[in-house]
Each structure stands twice: as structure tokens, then as C-alpha cells.
Design a protein around this ligand. Structure first.
Ligand SMILES: Nc1ncnc2c1ncn2[C@@H]1O[C@H](COP(=O)(O)OP(=O)(O)O)[C@@H](O)[C@H]1O
Ligand SMILES: [Mg+2]
Length: 296
């Protein structure tokens, strides 16, 4: 077979080189789980904004739910973009993840949990009040473990919990890293994609040393890739040079269907189920399920 660069997401061309320059494996159709939980907790982290954290949380979550996984999404950004992207206006909400963090045990997870338009996928929403948590948590005992305490009672009911972090390496993100089994790092295929990644890796190492020795790096996800531009291809090649096997085979192309879906308040898998973007996130779901251990 001649190795050509396959820029489309149509499966069924095993052995062709994917956009990362490696032969693309065929990820198996995941089995539908017979029983559920406890959840693997995954933090979506990059202190840069606009790299695709929220988009990946929504769409990977929806793609995982489509194959029968029970998914809990945690909006851990005071901007509330994850909630908005799922069609929920978080501004008037009286109970959010903030109350769960600060008022436990008076506020329980059931008081905060919302369903979504995707069957099997629930949300812990947030709004601007969460920005107060960082300040209030500073004086708490075991302040890095607040999110872990809040999520613990929910984890038996889900298979995967994705935490959408804010663009910072502050205390909220440290909380997410402390309770996570692993981290995913979306990187935009643009100039300066790798700027700040060394600092992020340092923060992850510190959390591994001091707070969560089992924390793993699942991988770096190239997003907003435009195969037609030399620039994007060069950036992706640089990411590959730096991180090699840590980079997911699945690459998310740049398409206006993502902002369109966000505006519609739906995952792309529902908004435009046959689109390239929906197919890419389904492929990512298969890739992560192939990577993660079946049960913790
Ligand atoms: N693959 C993509 N192609 C085009 N636009 C995208 C893509 N992924 C995300 N976007 C858009 O880019 C903006 C930032 O993405 P977002 O997921 O909110 O990043 P973050 O959460 O890291 O700040 C949003 O408007 C989103 O709709
Ligand atoms: Mg975001």
C-alpha cells in the first residue's frame, strides 16, 4: 500500500498515514458497557484560552455517550461556556458547582446536576460565581481536594467524567488535576501552539509529586487543523517532534460547524451528525476507549 497523507476522516483506509504522519490504526468499535461506574475522571487542561477545551469536552462527551458510556461533564470555568454550549443559560442558576464546592454537605450533587439533550450525559453547570471559589478556597483546609470531595458521591454512577477547566493554572485547575486519573491537552494548530506547554507540564509534574501521584497524561489533541495550509501542517509537525506518541492520532479539523453547533447549544454529533467534525470526535472516543483501561 502506498503511504499517502489521508486528510479525510473516512475510515477504512488502514495503513494510510494520518495527519500526524503516522500510520493510522483502526480503533475497534467499543463494546457497550453492561454495568456502569466507577468513572474515570479526565481533566481537559490548557491555560491558553480558545484552544478547544470546551468544544472537546462537549463533543467527546457526546460521542462517548453515543456508544453507551455514562458521561458526567463538569463545567469548571466561571465563564460557563460548557453549560452554554449545551443550551443551558447558567446565569440565573441558583445552585452550581460553586455551591457544591463551598456548601457541602448542605448542597448535594443532586441539587446541582442537570440532564442534557444527549441521553446518558449529565452536567454540573457553573457560572460567574465560581470565580469566587478560588479566593474562598485559599483559606480552606485541603483546598486542593475540594472538587474531589464534591465529585466522589457521583462517580459510581458514571463511566467517564470530563472536567472542562478554565484557561489558567490556578487553584481550580489544580483541584481538577488532583481528582483526575488523567489529563487531555488540546492544542490549536496555530502559531505559539506550544507556548506555555512547558509550564503546563511543570504544573502537572508538581501535582504528580505532591497531590496525585497516579495522574497520567492521556495525550495532546491537535485541534483547529486546516490540512490545506502549510502553516497548520508545520505546526502539527512541530507538535509531533516535541511529543511524538503522546499526540492523539485523531486530529480535529477547523470547521465553522463547531461555532455553529455551540450557538445552537448542541454537540456537533446532534447538530450535524454526518459532518466531518462529528466523525472526528467519534473517532477520538474510540481512540480514548482503546487507550483507557476497561475498568478501574
Ligand atoms: N475545530 C474547530 N474548528 C473551528 N472552530 C472551533 C473548533 N474548535 C473550537 N472552535 C471554536 O473556537 C472557539 C474556542 O473554542 P473553545 O472550545 O471554547 O476553547 P477553550 O475552551 O479552550 O477556550 C469557540 O468559538 C469554538 O466554537
Ligand atoms: Mg473553555
Amino acid at each position: 500500500m502506498t503511504a499517502t497523507t489521508d486528510e479525510t476522516w473516512t475510515a477504512g483506509n488502514p495503513g494510510a498515514l494520518g495527519p500526524t504522519g503516522r500510520p493510522r490504526p483502526v480503533f475497534p468499535e467499543p463494546p457497550v458497557p453492561e454495568n456502569h461506574g466507577p468513572a474515570r475522571v479526565v481533566a481537559m487542561v490548557n491555560q491558553k484560552g480558545g484552544v478547544g477545551k470546551t468544544t472537546t469536552t462537549i463533543n467527546l462527551g457526546a460521542a462517548l455517550a453515543e456508544v453507551g458510556q455514562r458521561v458526567l461533564l463538569v463545567d469548571f470555568d466561571p465563564q460557563g461556556a460548557l453549560s452554554v454550549g449545551l443550551g443551558i443559560d447558567p446565569r440565573p442558576l441558583e445552585t452550581t458547582i460553586y455551591d457544591l464546592l463551598m456548601e457541602e454537605p448542605d448542597v448535594t450533587a443532586e441539587d446541582v446536576l442537570l440532564g442534557t439533550s444527549v441521553e446518558g450525559m449529565d452536567l454540573l453547570p457553573s457560572n460567574i460565581f465560581l470565580s469566587g471559589a478560588e479566593i474562598r478556597l485559599v483559606n480552606e483546609v485541603a483546598r486542593e481536594y475540594a472538587l474531589q470531595r464534591s465529585l466522589e458521591p457521583l462517580l459510581p454512577y458514571y463511566d467517564i467524567c470530563l472536567i472542562d477547566c478554565q484557561p489558567s493554572l490556578g487553584l481550580l485547575t489544580v483541584n481538577a488535576l488532583t481528582c483526575a486519573h488523567s489529563v487531555m491537552i488540546p492544542l490549536e494548530c496555530e502559531f505559539f501552539a506550544l507556548r506555555g506547554v512547558a509550564l503546563l507540564m511543570e504544573s502537572i509534574s508538581k501535582v504528580q509529586e505532591r497531590l496525585n501521584k497516579n495522574l497520567e497524561i492521556d495525550g495532546l489533541l491537535a485541534t483547529m487543523y486546516d490540512p490545506r495550509t502549510l502553516h497548520a501542517r508545520e505546526v502539527l509537525a512541530t507538535i509531533m517532534q516535541g511529543f511524538g506518541d503522546k499526540v492523539f492520532h485523531t486530529v480535529i479539523n477547523r470547521t465553522v460547524r463547531f461555532p455553529d453547533a455551540t450557538l445552537a447549544g448542541e454537540p456537533i454529533t446532534q447538530f450535524d451528525p454526518g459532518s466531518m467534525g462529528a466523525t472526528a470526535y467519534r473517532e477520538l472516543a474510540r481512540e480514548v476507549l482503546a487507550r483507557w483501561p476497561a475498568r478501574l
